[in-house]
Design a binder for this molecule. Structure first.
Ligand SMILES: NC(=O)c1ccc[n+]([C@@H]2O[C@H](COP(=O)([O-])OP(=O)(O)OC[C@H]3O[C@@H](n4cnc5c(N)ncnc54)[C@H](OP(=O)(O)O)[C@@H]3O)[C@@H](O)[C@H]2O)c1
Length: 226
């Protein structure tokens, strides 16, 4: 069975933070960088974010460009990529914007989480229990069976950390915004973890692009560079 290609997408400050510690979402990307991300979304079969990002940021997670959506339809794809979230607890509010925009939605959860969500998300999303714990390799196997070829993962910290710690990420798009956050209570791109081969394994740096004042680095974490 073929697992999807997994692309982690993140924007961080120069000092490595992906948000500040306030209740307002920190805008790290500018309009040009959001447009770049919109293209990556349009090129994906599915987009995944963690339940905490859903609860905190309340994103719609759409392809904004009508032209890109039209191109998807012309290519025989659904207008919007499948939207996916991951929760162990099942603590997801049905009024979040995620459920009410775009196309199909999928929730990967535990058996306990599925029990909690059965009524809450009825008619809004497919809820898929994966057992007592969430295993991201099992999740990717399931997406492969559903015909998902390209998965874009948009965070947050715990989700990115889990994919990289399990060596399940094929590509990272790291957008570095020219600002400093400087607050130790703010979330970082990654948590400490036992990453395969750390600290000596080098990723392949596939590309460096400037988008306005943002540097976009493209890494291939599994391609070991000599
Ligand atoms: N700058 C960027 O590019 C960017 C992008 C996205 C997010 N962010 C920021 O990231 C922050 C949120 O990051 P976060 O780490 O707190 O949250 P997160 O990664 O978005 O979500 C974590 C949640 O996902 C579920 N989960 C994740 N891994 C799991 C596992 N292995 N087993 C079971 N459940 C798992 C749990 O949900 P339950 O608690 O429901 O069980 C957990 O609380 C926010 O501040 C957001 O703004 C920034």
């Amino acid at each position: 069975m073929t697992r999807p290609h997994v692309l982690l997408s993140v924007a961080m400050s120069v000092d490595g933070y992906i948000d500040d510690a306030s209740s307002e979402r920190l805008r790290l990307s500018d309009a040009a960088d959001f447009d770049r991300v919109d293209q990556v979304r349009a090129d994906s079969d599915a987009i995944l974010i963690g339940a905490e990002t859903l609860r905190r940021d309340n994103p719609r997670l759409l392809v904004d460009s009508a032209d890109r959506r039209a191109a998807r339809i012309a290519a025989g794809k659904p207008e919007y990529p499948l939207k996916i979230t991951v929760t162990a607890s099942g603590d997801l509010d049905p009024t979040l914007r995620f459920w009410h925009h775009g196309g199909a939605k999928l929730v990967y959860t535990t058996d306990a989480g599925a029990t909690r969500l059965a009524d809450t998300l009825s008619g809004l999303a497919d809820v898929v229990p994966l057992g007592t714990d969430l295993d991201f390799a099992v999740l990717l196997d399931d997406l492969g069976r559903r015909g998902i070829g390209r998965l874009m993962v948009e965070g947050g910290t715990r989700i990115h950390t889990a994919f990289l710690a399990a060596d399940l990420a094929d590509e990272i798009h790291l957008a570095v915004a020219p600002l400093l956050v400087g607050d130790s209570n703010a979330p970082r791109f990654l948590d400490p973890a036992s990453y395969p081969g750390a600290p000596h394994r080098r990723m392949h740096l596939a590309d460096v692009t400037q988008v306005g004042d943002i540097a976009v680095l493209r890494y291939l974490p599994k391609a070991i560079h000599p």
